[in-house]
Write a new protein. Structure first.
Length: 257
């Protein structure tokens, strides 16, 4: 195989998170990162470390995850896409690839991340949505949920919506957009922010569902925000309704497939 000097490859990745304990590699359990790295080894012969723009939790899906790795392979991006997809399991797919400058950092250079949360709001469950949306049979007041979302927009301390902060020092984040909408029986929360705290979207959904069921009002929602007390929002919605939709950068990544 022809070799270059080291270059950095960026991949656009889609996956169903149901069979994985999150994106990030963990010993002894299946992860998306482990599957990607095994596929890259088979294609290039290199043992590499993949870096992701957002480390999704166990069970969370992605339509627009962005990852990078360093390689000496001379394979063109479209060839890499086809080769990696040949070796990847059917619940993970590379949708595009491109070469970038070595200094590009998929995590630090991201200017926003967009997540979507799906709720099946139907009197009966749906086998076709099983493992893909949170089933809430009682009718939700989507307009009330959307009004609450507007309180999230802007720069705020979101400590009440976070959990398991670890080494995270600041709980201040900027939410550029938050909205709830209904299409037939599916209610969707869309949130776009500079970054998110662990479980922030799922805890937000838990509180919004309480709003939608009229078990809480806008005043309580605002009080939870202002309390800045870790884990106060919730209950935490199931992971399987959450999707990483898009990661934005100051420039367009010219993906090839």
């Amino acid at each position: 195989m022809a070799l270059f000097n080291n270059s950095k490859i960026v991949l656009l990745v889609e996956y169903h998170g149901g069979n994985y304990c999150g994106f990030q590699w963990q010993a002894g359990v299946p992860t998306v990162q482990d599957e990607l790295e095994k596929a890259i080894l088979k294609v290039t012969g290199e043992t590499v470390r993949v870096v992701a723009a957002s480390r999704t939790d166990s069970g969370v899906h992605a339509r627009g995850q962005v990852v990078s790795f360093i390689t000496r392979s001379a394979l063109l991006p479209p060839t890499l896409v086809r080769a990696l997809n040949f070796y990847l399991p059917r619940d993970i797919a590379v949708k595009g690839a491109c070469r970038v400058k070595m200094k590009f950092d998929v995590r630090r250079d991201a200017i926003s991340r967009e997540y979507e949360y799906k709720i099946l709001n139907s009197p009966t469950r749906s086998p076709l949505w099983e493992g893909l949306a949170y089933f809430v049979p009682q009718r939700l007041d989507v307009e009330a949920m959307d009004r609450a979302c507007k309180l999230l927009e802007g720069e705020h301390d979101f400590a009440s919506f976070g959990a398991d902060l670890g080494k995270i020092r600041s709980t201040v984040r900027t939410v550029y957009e938050a909205r709830v909408e209904r299409v037939d029986e599916v209610v969707s929360l869309h949130m776009r922010a500079n970054s998110f705290l662990p479980h922030q979207v799922r805890n937000t959904v838990g509180l919004l569902v309480r709003i939608g069921l009229r078990k809480a009002g806008l005043e309580e929602f605002q009080e939870v925000m202002e309390a800045k007390r870790l884990g106060l929002a919730g209950p935490t919605a199931p992971a399987y309704g959450l999707y990483l939709v898009k990661v934005e950068y100051p420039f367009i990544l010219e993906m090839e497939n």
